[in-house]
Design a protein. Structure first.
Length: 411
């Protein structure tokens, strides 16, 4: 036990009533005992081991283009923090990688985890700089750094309050790849060295295929009872109060499908969409116009069916969700004014005329305008797809950084 552990423990006790409200599994794994999660726990091959850590579903999805670029030359282990992220990682990567749960940042949990995984290189997706974990890697001579790095203005404000405690942790990082200049400057201010700007992998993980919906999307439409001959408005990653906002903004005879971000919000969302068809119930209702995607992992498929996409968590105080996926599919996208966590993506799309930023009061009129103007929908969608394609390529650079670090340790 070290000094940091002594700080963590009382914080955990004070915050216990909050985090115990959520159902969590895998507590042994959270304390570093991940051996049973490995397909080959005694692996002893010649290839280096690259550990890529992502927090949840969004970060896991961003790895889609990176992981295949690593697996030919390395044993790849993907670690995840949340249960939903773990499920998505298993779906996407379990055939080519090991998938494990990331440990709590207690010294003994970290030690047990690293003893089991034995990484040569660690890439932390977006941020996730935990002091004990970073120190544990550095002590073992394991190259550890940030890929797809981002530190929003809101998060940076909080980080600066504890900057003296974290400066040495950021200073131990072997490499830092930031998405853009503003993120790079904030990471340097926290003490990171050797910061380079490599762009965002989220652009790479986005499909930009042209053509109709996939077989999976068509099946989803059938199972929900959606009429593909009529417009479909999709509310993606919605939060509290946004389902009722969309219910009012979308005409009653137009199909609206809401996909809440958090499972604990599903029942409230259903109440806000009177008479809605719930995906989890496996039911259809002839003539229904309100639908709820209360399942995990199907939002990407749903976007393929959309006539218009409205990005949730952006009409309140939650700082937005990622608009890139529907943009890459060539969909006209609307987002609220509260998108601080995705400022770069939104501003880039906005400059290209590929996204509409709207307030709560204007949402209904903007949706109505787009529903009545197919040419404008096509123009927005085409600009969005072109913009996404123009910003792809970060995964290639991140793969190069990780593989060079792995080769450097082996030489």
């Amino acid at each position: 036990m070290n000094l940091l552990d002594l700080i963590y423990l009382p914080v955990a006790l004070v915050s216990a009533p909050m985090w115990m409200r959520k159902q969590r599994s895998g507590w042994g794994e959270r304390f570093g005992d991940v051996r049973s999660m490995l397909k080959d726990p005694d692996w002893s091959g010649d290839a280096p081991t690259i550990l890529v850590h992502a927090v949840s579903v969004g970060e896991i999805n961003a790895l889609r283009d990176l992981i295949p670029r690593l697996t030919d030359e390395a044993r790849v282990v993907v670690s995840v923090t949340t249960d939903t992220g773990l499920a998505q990682a298993r779906t996407l990567y379990s055939e080519s990688c090991e998938v494990v749960r990331y440990p709590l940042d207690l010294s003994w949990s970290v030690r047990r985890f690293l003893d089991t995984i034995r990484p040569d290189v660690v890439g932390l997706v977006e941020l996730e700089v935990w002091p004990n974990f970073v120190k544990g890697c550095a002590t073992r001579g394991v190259s550890i750094g940030i890929i797809n790095g981002r530190l929003s203005a809101r998060s940076f404000k909080g980080y600066t309050k504890i900057r003296p405690l974290l400066r040495s942790t950021f200073g131990r990082l072997s490499f830092v790849c930031a998405q853009d200049r503003s993120y790079a400057e904030r990471l340097k201010a926290m003490g990171a060295r050797e910061v380079r700007i490599t762009g965002s992998m989220k652009w790479d993980s986005v499909k930009t295929d042209e053509g109709g919906p996939s077989d999976g999307a068509l099946q989803l439409a059938r199972e929900l009872g959606l009429d593909l001959s009529r417009p479909i408005v999709v509310g993606g990653s919605t939060a509290q109060d946004e389902e009722s906002l969309l219910h009012s903004a979308v005409p009653g005879d137009v199909q609206l499908v809401c996909a809440p971000r958090k499972p604990e919000h599903f029942d409230d969302a259903a109440a806000a969409l009177p008479g809605c068809v719930r995906r989890s119930m496996g039911e259809t209702k002839p003539g229904a116009t309100r639908f709820l995607l209360d399942t995990i992992g199907e939002l990407s498929t749903l976007y393929e069916l959309a006539t218009i996409v409205v990005i949730g968590r952006s009409f309140g105080d939650l700082h937005g969700s990622d608009p890139l996926e529907p943009a890459g599919l060539g969909k006209p996208v609307l987002i609220g004014e509260a998108h601080l966590d995705f400022t770069f993506q939104v501003e880039t799309l906005k400059e290209a005329g590929a996204i509409g930023v709207v307030g709560r009061r204007e949402l209904g009129s903007r949706i109505g305008s787009l529903l009545g103007d197919s040419a404008e929908r096509d123009r927005m969608g085409a600009r969005a797809r072109t913009c996404v394609r123009a910003h792809q390529g970060a995964s290639v650079e991140h793969a190069r950084v990780l593989l060079e670090a792995a080769r450097g340790r082996g030489s």
